[in-house]
Design a protein around this ligand. Structure first.
Ligand SMILES: Nc1ncnc2c1ncn2[C@@H]1O[C@H](COP(=O)(O)OP(=O)(O)O)[C@@H](O)[C@H]1O
Ligand SMILES: [Mg+2]
Length: 509
């Protein structure tokens, strides 16, 4: 039995200055299938699909649509050929309605639009695939999940037979992701070909009919889902075995390192950023904060580090009220922050590793002894840290901006951990890192926890939260909607909390 191919990419090579993003890649999409494109960060997934959707021109190779060679010079060409892509960053206009956004820029739309006809047409599309959306709502009113649905409807409305979604679940709660998967299954059942880009192994198992694995720009395998398991896939992605061992959980020590009592703060826009946040983190505990990004995570990290003003409530470190103290004072009480943007607030890009590693001490002790840093001592300390934390770098004296993401993160952790804080705030600590670097960072955090450090872990990756945390708090709309021990928590419940239902028993409908 041979299923017709909707599109075929043959020996596609795409180079960027200094990197071969796609290296002789073969990839095809069958009628009626969900084909997952799996690979680590930077393996070339977005590039390959941007080539398919006409955004990039390949340096070599051919694209066949329905068996015929096509020269796709723009996304418009690709859409005409029936290929549509939903990018990671949506391209909607906030001040327009859903229907207007869908129609906008579409090709072949008559000059005089019959609004009723179009809306009927859109209503049918959304109904058919279960894509719940209010067509007359303004885009600014929509949640991220709804915006994604608008992008999908837009592509369907333009006649996409092949629909590509780039990491679509990154911005969704587990329930929203499940709903999306249902929608996609219905589209595939109707004969369309769906490509889902992801780096998450469990998503392959959940929705794929077939999977193609990219590693460093090369397609290393295309397999039927029945033929694979997660372990094989991990091996294909990384090129070697990576063992994630589970850890032993200690009951939290009784000492409260961090305590927030009814803490409130404002957002950058002067609106409610956090509302009545109440929780504690104990010695030797990892407290994970789950939630869809943008629900108060950044505000929370900043409040605890003293970088954002508390506007009601109390912040305590080791039992002492530190509300309103400067970041410097809070740091002196043993709070360390590994921030979201490593090269913005964490490290100074143009300084070398030695200078970056002493930044903190410099502010602290050395400064008290006078403005001159003993460079030789600093350098040998830096070398020790680099060795101990296995940071690989070309030279201690090269600007850190030349280092890879994984090594930057290790450098930052080396500095913060060496300062022996009581509390470490880690914000998205493995964002952008590959599997090996992720494991190294996780191991470091677990090791510190074993030694009694309290860790406030903020992450949008639920798998990471579950793997590391002793207890999990869920943020939604700047409120803590629940706190659960990790053992008792299940992903369903966390998902509901992420959508704002609290633990009193009501569920989001
Ligand atoms: N527009 C671009 N300019 C230069 N390099 C790029 C560009 N887009 C991607 N790259 C590089 O190509 C490689 C593959 O990137 P990408 O396709 O985004 O990977 P993935 O989507 O799998 O994370 C990476 O090394 C990335 O840095
Ligand atoms: Mg990508």
């Amino acid at each position: 039995m041979s299923v017709p191919l909707l599109v075929e990419m043959v020996n596609i090579t795409k180079k960027f200055p200094g990197v071969v993003a796609n290296d002789q890649v073969n990839f095809n999409v069958r009628e009626g299938e969900i084909h997952v494109l799996l690979g680590e960060n930077g393996s070339g997934k977005s590039t390959l699909m941007s080539v398919l959707s006409g955004l990039y021109r390949p340096d070599e190779g051919d694209i066949l649509v329905g068996g015929i060679k096509y020269n796709l010079r723009s996304p418009r060409d690709a859409i005409k050929a029936g290929i549509g892509m939903v990018h990671q960053h949506f391209k909607l206009i906030d001040s327009f309605s859903v229907a207007e956004n869908v129609i906008l820029g579409g090709d072949g739309t008559p000059m005089i639009l019959n609004k009723k006809d179009i809306e009927n047409n859109l209503a049918q599309l959304s109904e058919r695939y279960g894509l719940r959306i209010n067509l007359s709502a303004m885009v600014w009113q929509l949640s991220v999940g709804e915006k994604q649905r608008v992008e999908i409807i837009k592509m369907l409305y333009r006649g996409s037979q092949v629909l590509v979604l780039d990491e679509p679940t990154a911005v969704l709660t587990p329930q929203e992701a499940e709903e999306l998967f249902d929608n996609l299954r219905q589209m595939a059942a109707a004969g369309r070909g769906i490509v889902v880009i992801t780096h998450k192994l469990n998503e392959v198992m959940a929705i794929a009919d077939r999977v193609t694995v990219l590693r460093r720009g090369k397609a290393v395998a295309t397999l039927e889902k029945q033929e694979v398991n997660q372990r094989d896939l991990a091996w294909l992605m990384v090129g070697q075995d990576v063992v994630f061992q589970s850890r032993k959980k200690n009951p939290p020590d009784s000492a409260k390192v961090l305590e927030l009592k009814q803490v409130n703060c404002l957002s950058d826009l002067g609106l409610a950023g956090l509302t009545d946040i109440d929780f504690s983190v104990y010695k030797g505990e990892i407290f994970g904060i789950a939630g869809v990004a943008g629900n108060g995570q950044r505000e929370l990290a900043e409040v605890v580090a003293g970088l954002r003003a508390v506007n009601g409530g109390q912040l305590l470190i080791n039992g002492t009220d530190v509300t309103g103290l400067s970041p410097r004072r809070i740091m002196d009480r043993g709070v360390a922050l590994v921030p979201e943007d490593r090269l913005g607030t964490g490290l100074i890009p143009n300084l070398d590793a030695v200078d970056n590693l002493i930044l903190k001490d410099y502010r602290r002790d050395l400064l008290r002894r006078g403005p001159f840093v003993n460079r030789r001592v600093a350098r040998s300390n830096a070398q020790q840290m680099v060795d101990r934390f296995e940071v690989s770098l070309r030279s201690l004296d090269a600007p850190v901006k030349l280092m890879s993401g994984g090594n930057l993160q290790r450098l930052l952790l080396a500095r913060e951990i060496t300062s022996q804080p009581h509390l470490l705030i880690a914000v998205y600590p493995v964002r952008g890192l590959d599997i090996k670097a992720t494991k190294a960072v996780h191991d470091l955090l677990l090791e510190q926890r074993e030694q009694g450090m309290a860790i406030l872990l903020i992450s949008e990756d639920l798998e990471e939260i579950f793997k590391l945390s002793d207890r999990i708090g869920v943020l939604c709309g700047g409120r803590l909607t629940g706190i659960l021990p990790a053992e008792a928590a299940d992903i369903e419940e966390i998902g509901l909390l992420m959508m704002g239902s609290d633990r009193t028993g009501e569920t989001a409908s």
